[in-house]
Structure formats: C-alpha cells, structure tokens
Ligand binder design. Sequence first.
Ligand code: ASP
Ligand code: MG
Length: 426
Amino acid sequence: MGIVVQKYGGSSVADATSVKRVAQRIVATRKAGHDVVVVVSAMGDTTDELIDLANQVTPLPPGRELDMLLTAGERISMAVLAMAIGNLGQEARSFTGSQAGVITDSEHGRAKIIDVTPGRIEDALAQGAIAIVAGFQGVSQTTKDITTLGRGGSDTTAVALAAALAADVCEIYTDVDGIFTADPRIVATARQIPRISYEEMLEMAANGAKILHLRCVEYARRNDMPIHVRSSFSEKQGTWVVRAQDVAQEGHPMEQAIISGVAHDRSESKITVVGVPDKVGEAASIFRTLADAQINIDMIVQNVSAAATNLTDISFTLPRTDGQNAMTALARLKDDVGFERLQYDDSVGKVSIIGAGMRSSPGVTAKFFQALADAGVNIEMVSTSEIRISVVTAESQIDAAVNAAHEAFGLGTDEVEAVVYGGTGR
Ligand code: ASP
Ligand code: MG
C-alpha cells in the first residue's frame, strides 16, 4: 500500500491526552499497511503564546528571530508525538522542516516553498519507521536561515510533502468533521460536503473559510494531490478536495449543485477616496501608492462621476491589518491627486456564494440579491468570478446574510450535522 501523509492541527495535539489519542490513530494507519508521514502543528495556542512572548521583549521582533522562536512550537509537538508513538511499540522519528528537506525562499514570516527534497523521510519510511515532520517551517535556500510559511502553514507543508513523496492522499485532521456549506457556528443547518473541487475550495479559502490554508489548496491543485479533510475526534468520512471531474463520480450521483457553499470574511476594511478628479491616471496613482506600501487590494468600485462636478468616488476593500498603513500612504497623496477626503470603515464584512454550477445557470445573482433584500441586508459592493459572487455588507449583517443565502440555495439539512470538537476551527 502507498504513502499516506496525515496533518494534525494544533487543537488535535493540544495536550498529552490528545497527543496519545492521535498517536493511536497514526499507529492504526501504519498497522493497516501504509507508510505514514505525519505533519504536526504547534500544540494548542502555542504559536500565539510565543508571539505574545516576543512582543513582550520588543515591539518589532526581527523576522529571523521570530521565525526561529515560532518553529520551536512545532518541534515540541513532533518530538512529543514521536515519543507517544514509540510508547505504543512503533518506531517514529521526528524531523524539523529543514531536516525534512522543505526548502523555501528567504521571506521570513511568509516564506514560499521552492523545493522539497525529502531524502531523510524516504530513508525513515524504508526502514519501517513513521516520520513525523514539524509543519509550517523550512530553511531558506540562500541564507540557510530557518523560515516560517505564515500562519496556518502546516497544511501547506503537508501537501508539499505529499506531492514530493507521491503519496496517495494528504489527510488534514482538524476539529470539525470536514468542510461545510457554511460556518456551522453561524448556520445551524450547515451540511457537510462529501466532495468539492480544488477551484471551489480555493474560492472558499480565499473568501474567508478558515478550514484550509489557501496556499495548501493551490499547491494541491497544481500537483493534483487529493486532500481529505476530516476530524481527528471522530470516525466520520469528512470531505475530499479533488479535481472537478472527480467530484461528480464515485457513487455520488448527486446532480451538480449550483451553489456549493457560502463563505464569509470579517477581516477586511473599506476605504473610500471621496471626490477624485475624473482624469486619466488618477486611479493609477492611488493604487500605485498602495502597491508601493505592499498592500493587497480586494474589491474595487469606482462610481460614475457626477456631471456637475466631474468628481468621482473610489472605494476598495483591503485586509483590516493594513488599514492604518493604507490611510497614511493615501493621505500623503492628497495634494498630488487633489481628492477631497478619505473615509475609513472597518465594520464591513464580505459574504460570498461559491459554486461551479453557477457557470451554466442563469439567475443566480438575482436569487442571491433577493435573498439579501428579504433579510434586510444592504449591499455596499459586489465582485464576481466565474464561480463566485461576493458582496460587502455591514459587519453586523453578516450572520443574517450568510443564513439568507444558505437558505435561498437550499443548502441546509434537517438533521444537525455539525459538531465542533475543538476551540478554534483550525
Ligand atoms: N502553528 C502555526 C500557526 O498556528 C502553523 C499551523 O498551525 O499550521 O499558525
Ligand atoms: Mg495553529
């Protein structure tokens, strides 16, 4: 039988009891005849605690040292887990990201994997051992310093290793039973999705669904690596993330749903540049300024300029964490561009409906907007992709909007399915 890569998130290895439970699961997989590679996150909230610790000694921890500190979290879990497995009579060997051959660029705190050379993992497997790898970390090809992949990066480690080892599957163990049609914390009738395409999962992850790291899904799609998301707390079947052509097959005669899920995001803010002269190049200089400040823009809306004044308003959304920077950078541009003023709104949220079926189905937008209207939700901005429609609304209306959309597209179930076992959804 082939290689199985299993990733366990922080809530699955939060304490000694959880580590022992996970060890049992790993040993059972090994005994079923698979070669097993395990990727672990830091125990519980360790990463947050280490960040707090760093911030207590300096307001601006240098990237190199912060990465060195944070990677310690995953080293603790990998070693403890290897011991727990050993105690069950199986050999397990732990490896840091660097030892496992996870080679990255040198961007501390958000390094990208550029190569995986898992020679030592292959040796361990060949000798019958279970390999345990510290997630979320690697080593820079150029500086040889230790790097981290960004928060939630262990998912990406797992998929990258699975691809490099040509594993059969990458299993992501978390504290919910898989991927749901909406966040079960908001929608009581949310239904678990048995299979979903990489494309739809990418849109879900990019639009606020926190269950999988965006880059992990991108990596899986590029390498055609099936991801199996499931709970480490139950034996339920979970969700497969696979190629679009594999979603419908395999005993799921279910006709293609128009909408697969509803995602929401509370992490953005909205900036409006009021009274921009309607001249060639003004929008370019506004967005050039934001780009130079390394700010990622999401939705953009430019109004038609008022005939009388020849002035227009440009609104856009951006990560809330970049709000302060963006406002400062734009304020400096005020006299150059000659706009009237800036407005900042951090009480907005985004709600998205996602589904490959909308490509071939007219009226989806009308239905979505009607459902929002019936729920009294005001739409501030709209953006679409081929398989997604997103709206920005007041943050206070997100729950109502998500429930309305979920209901309108008939996504709910009568039985309550969702059980949230751990604390954080990761
Ligand atoms: N421990 C890291 C974090 O909390 C990485 C991960 O959990 O995937 O972000
Ligand atoms: Mg974590």
